[in-house]
Each structure stands twice: as C-alpha cells, then as structure tokens.
Design a protein around this ligand. Structure first.
Ligand code: NZQ
Ligand code: ZN
Length: 380
C-alpha cells in the first residue's frame, strides 16, 4: 500500500425530500445567493421554480447565472465570478450536473480574487479563500458533488484541464434521486459509464491495496447490475437511487485509499475528444477505454485479467476481459468507436495534435507521443 491521507469535508444529504433543509443550510453562510445552473433542464423539470420559491419565501436575495454548457468553458466561469463579486454574494448554490458544479467550484475561488479563472488551472494563481458552495445534483455521473475537482475547457488555448484544492470541496451536497428521473437515456448511460471509468482509473493507478480493490469491484458490479435495469426503466426511483449512490462513491476518495494516484490516462485522452468534437464526457471514456486496454495490454495484462475475472466472476484472460467490458459498454448503448458518434472527416491529425498539446498521459501506464497514433487507430 502507498501512504495516504483520507480527507473529505463534504456534508452529503442523500434521499427523498432531502431539499427540505436547503434553506436552513444556506442561511449558515448568509443571505445573498448566487444560483448557478445549466442550459435549461432545471427549468423544464420544475426544480428551478421550486428552489426559487423556497429561497424567496425565506427572504434570500438571489442573483443567477444560467446557461453553463455541458463540457463547461472558462468564459462562463469568469462571467459568473464577476457577477458574484459585483453582488457580494455570501454563498453559491449550484443546481445541475458535473458541468454546473465544476464551474461553480472555480467561481467560488475566483470571486475573492480579480485574476482570470484560468490562472488556477495553469498554477499561476493559488486559491486563498472560497465563497461557500452548496450543490444540488441532478445527474449521477462525475462524483463532483463529493470531491474537490473541477474540469473546464479553454477553447482559445485548446485545453480541457482539471483543478482541485482543499478549498474547492462543496460544503454541502444535496442528492435526491428523484431529480435525476428526467435525465434522458443517453446521458443516463454516459453517467453509468463515467462512474465505472472512475473505478477503472483507480484500479490502474499506483499502489497495491486489496481492500480498496474490493471497493472498486463492488462499485462497478453495482453499476453493472443496476445500470442496465435502469436503462430499461428510466422512471424507476430505486434504480436511480442505486446509480446515484454508486456514482458518488466512485470518485469521493475511497477508491484511492492506499494508492498514491489513479492512472487517469483515459480521462486525459477523452478530454481531447470533448474539446475537439464536444463528445459527452462519459461517451469519450467508452470510446477510449477498450482501445487503451488493448494498446497497453502488454504493460498491465495481469491487472486487466484480474479486473475482468473479478467483474464477471470467471477466469478471464486480459483479451477476454477487454472484449467483455467493451460488450458491456455497447449494451448500455454507449459508443465504443468515434465513428459510432457519426464524427467524420480527417480525425487522426487533430486528435494526435490535441493529445500532444495536452500532454496526454497516465500516472501509472505511461504514454509516449509515439503511442498516440496506435491508440487513436484503435478507437476511430
Ligand atoms: O445544461 P442542462 O440543461 O442542465 O442539461 C444537462 C446537459 O445537457 C443535462 N442534465 C443534467 N441534469 C439533468 C439533465 N437533463 C435532464 N434532467 C436532469 N436532471 O445533462 C447534460 C449533461 O450535463 P453535464 O453536467 O455536462 O454532465 P456530467 O454530470 O456528466 O458532467 C460532465 C462534466 O464533468 C466533468 C467532465 O469532464 C465534463 O466536463 N468531470 C468532472 C469530474 C469531477 N469534477 O470530479 C470528474 C469527471 O471525470 C469529469 O471529468
Ligand atoms: Zn469521468
């Protein structure tokens, strides 16, 4: 095992009607709220009206920044931070999926400074304080509700990068599975795939830790059992609940205990596809994971075979494990080739260039630039 520090200060509120204490929770931080949300799903579902009514009836002063896009961009973060600074907000309330919550984490540390928010991603500026962040999650996928990470794109620089610090943990996250009932089939499947990919990144990371390996297998098995059931029955609260819980546990630190890091090579390659072609995050991972395992099978063959055997409860070789995992992603309706997304044209060069530019690499399974072309061929 590697030495590790377990630290997670997020108060998680999980279950039915959990929002009844939202107002009293926000009140701990003050009266002026910056409400951040996405392109409109919260208005369509009625959640926006419900929260607004609740806040207004309790005397909060609310200003709002809507329109955060999926695969969020730094321009929105800067604009929302300027608004929050101008209105001297006491607390940020993020209502949405990973894109809204990730943006809000950076807005929270950007408000107290006057630096461009991208400076946090380059390391030019370090956060010194943060406006408290409270989240209401509407999509089970990223685990952002219980971790400090934020992933944002800067198209001007051709980068999609991650940032995290002890200051970017949410203070409270409210998870009512009911709020995910309106997530369409495709994003529900991408979310299941994303949580599984987080477990895989941990599995292929640095550090041998049998107990944590068992956590990983349990979370993936839960997703493999209930994910397909949910996709057959999208209105089923019980299945939504199971997937929401699994997604939070997949990236809240527990799969990293005893490891110094996960691998994250597939994520960093996936970010290039999202940057270039706006591929939804979970879809980028089902496209790249099987290809990555095939490309680097020679380096981690034992780990792949152990993963497949553990997940499918039978002795499988690395090759058989990859085939079974790929077939599972396909059964969810997720793409396993870029061509499945109908993305056409000359793709090799831009993807290669983006991978070089973003220095795509894993922490454990090292990729050299010379590996990129072979990897790309396997997922086109
Ligand atoms: O924008 P709106 O209208 O809200 O619609 C969203 C969006 O179109 C919609 N949606 C969300 N909740 C819904 C809903 N539609 C109907 N009903 C609901 N209840 O779903 C679409 C996708 O939303 P988004 O927030 O983009 O998805 P996700 O939660 O998968 O977040 C993806 C982002 O998170 C980053 C990804 O890179 C990507 O940018 N990640 C963040 C991580 C973290 N912070 O730890 C780790 C992940 O590996 C990942 O990199
Ligand atoms: Zn992910």
């Amino acid at each position: 095992m590697e030495n590790f520090i377990a630290y997670n200060p997020v108060t998680l509120h999980f279950g039915r009607n959990i929002l009844s204490t939202l107002g009293s929770t926000l009140k701990e931080y003050g009266n002026r709220v910056l409400l951040v949300y996405g392109k409109g799903s919260v208005k369509k579902s009625g959640l926006y009206d419900r929260i607004m009514q609740d806040l207004k009836s309790q005397g909060f002063e609310v200003c709002e920044y809507g329109g955060i896009r999926s695969n969020p961009v730094i321009e929105d973060v800067d604009a929302a931070a300027a608004l929050g600074r101008d209105r001297r907000v006491d607390v940020i309330l993020a209502v949405g999926g990973g894109s809204v919550i990730d943006s809000s984490k950076i807005i929270a540390v950007a408000i107290p400074t006057s630096d461009p928010a991208w400076d946090f991603f380059t390391g030019k500026v370090k956060p010194v304080s943060a406006i408290p962040l409270v989240t209401v999650l509407t999509l089970a996928a990223t685990g952002t509700e219980m971790n400090p990470f934020a992933v944002v794109s800067n198209h001007a620089l051709g980068q999609k990068s991650a940032f995290g610090s002890p200051l970017t943990f949410p203070k409270h996250s409210f998870l009512d599975p009911e709020f995910t009932l309106t997530v369409p089939r495709d994003y529900t499947a991408y979310g299941i795939a994303d949580l599984i990919a987080h477990c895989f990144e941990a599995w292929f990371g640095v550090g041998e830790t049998t107990l944590t390996d068992r956590f990983v297998l349990s979370i993936v098995k839960e997703a493999m059992e209930y994910g397909p059931k949910l996709l057959e029955d999208l209105d089923n609260y019980k299945y939504r609940e199971k997937i929401m819980f699994a997604a939070t546990m997949a990236l809240n630190g527990m799969t990293m205990y005893g490891r110094s890091t996960g691998d994250w090579g597939v994520h960093s390659a996936g970010h290039c596809l999202s940057l270039l072609y706006d591929v939804p995050h979970g879809a980028s991972l089902t496209i790249i994971y099987p290809a990555w395992m095939r490309r680097f099978e020679n380096q981690v063959s034992g780990r792949i075979s152990q993963l497949g055997s553990g997940l499918f409860d039978e002795a499988l070789t690395a090759g058989q494990s990859i085939d079974r995992i790929e077939a599972f992603f396909k059964s969810l309706g997720c793409p396993t080739r870029l061509s499945d997304m109908n993305i056409q044209g000359e793709l090799r060069r831009p993807i290669y260039d983006s991978m070089v530019h973003n220095k795509v690499n894993g922490a454990n399974v090292k990729m050299k630039e010379g590996d990129y072309s072979g990897l790309i061929e396997l997922f086109l």
